[in-house]
Every structure is written in structure tokens, then in C-alpha cells.
Design a protein around this ligand. Sequence first.
Ligand code: ADP
Length: 212
Amino acid sequence: MRNFILLGAPGSGKGTQSDHLVKAFGFTHISTGDIIRDNILQKTPLGILCQQYSEQGKLVPDDIMIQMVKNHLQTVTGDLIWDGFPRTIVQAEKLDQLLHKLNSKVDHTLYFEIDETKLVARITGRLTCPTCGQTYHKTAVPPKVAGVCDDDQTPLVQRKDDSEEKIKIRLAAYHADTAPLIEYYLHQQVLTVIDADMEGPAVWDQIMEVLK
Ligand code: ADP
């Protein structure tokens, strides 16, 4: 089991590149945002605990998040793409411990560096498929038929936390709690910076350089 972490601000393109990696190489995608939204939808006890945090744009407390990841880890196999986890130093240390128990480790972290002035427009224009999680953008990456998912024809929705007000809260959480992970993985010598300002295949090409 190899482990690749995608690290970066909300809207930096981690989800999009995860989808490409799954399609190209059959990696298993672990998106903690998707896991949380799924738990909220299913009204599980952990989902109920997460709802107020996630819809407000705040980070879910580490103990709840780690429990969800532990549960999820038991259901997956293969090489893993971690998208949105870890998001705090406590989570990163816990992930190292969990993987160590599985005779595994973090093989590589791709840090998606982006000009933050682009993020608000990217996120407020984002449309998400509630069935498969596929994301679109109202103008930059529209679905083939307006308002419905290309893959399963589900009506697309805007996430509750994709408003301008909530994005500011999410970016503040990113700077306070998640950005320190850059140093953490630099120190472990497993970090590569990806220029995520680029559009189209240029980001993918950089990822291929790292994974080849
Ligand atoms: P984005 O990367 O666009 O912010 P995600 O789907 O990764 O979106 O996350 C959405 C929300 O889910 C976060 O704002 C937070 O509330 C919660 N969340 C996701 N992953 C974590 C995590 N590792 N720790 C704490 N909260 C998380």
C-alpha cells in the first residue's frame, strides 16, 4: 500500500487531480470532505457530530476526524490518495502511527501551491454532484447539460460551505492549522511543490513527473 497526500488550500484542485489519478491508475481516493458529507447525508452519529462544523467552514475536531478515518481505512485496499487529510499536525502524527501499524508510510506529499485571489471565484462557481462527488464550475468547467452531472444525470448542487463568507473561514482554518503541514512533510523529505495556478493538463504533467 502506497500513500500519496494531496495538500493545499480549499479550491486548489486536489479533488479534480484525485479523480484523474483514480481513472489513470486505479488509486483509491480518500476524501475526508466526501466521507463527512456522506455521513451527514446518512445521519450517522459521527455525521451528526460533524454537521455544524463542516457546514460553517470550520474544521471537524481531530478526535472525531481520526475516528472516521480509522473506520474508513478498514474498508479500503490498494494505493491511497489522501485528499483533505491530514489537515492538522495532530492528524498527520496520527496518520504516521496508523500507517506504521500497517507496515506502510507516507510515500509522497504533493503540495498544491496557488494564488489565493483565484480561490474565491473557483469555489463560489463550483457545482457538485451529490451522488458521485464529481465537481464542475459554472463557467470554467460546465457540465454538458446545464445543472446535471455528466456521469449520472443527478441535479448538481452548490455545497453549503461554498459561499464567499464560509470560504473566508475555511481559508483562515487552512492558514492556521493546515499550512504548518508543509514544514512537517518538508522535514520528512517527502514534499514536492506543484504549481496549481496553471490551467488544464499542466498540473497533471507536474504530478506525472513526481510519480514516474
Ligand atoms: P475543501 O478542500 O474544498 O475545503 P473538503 O471537501 O476537503 O473541501 O472539506 C470540507 C469540510 O469538511 C472542511 O471545511 C471541514 O469542515 C471538513 N473536513 C474535511 N477534512 C477534514 C479534516 N481532515 N479535518 C477536519 N475537518 C475536515
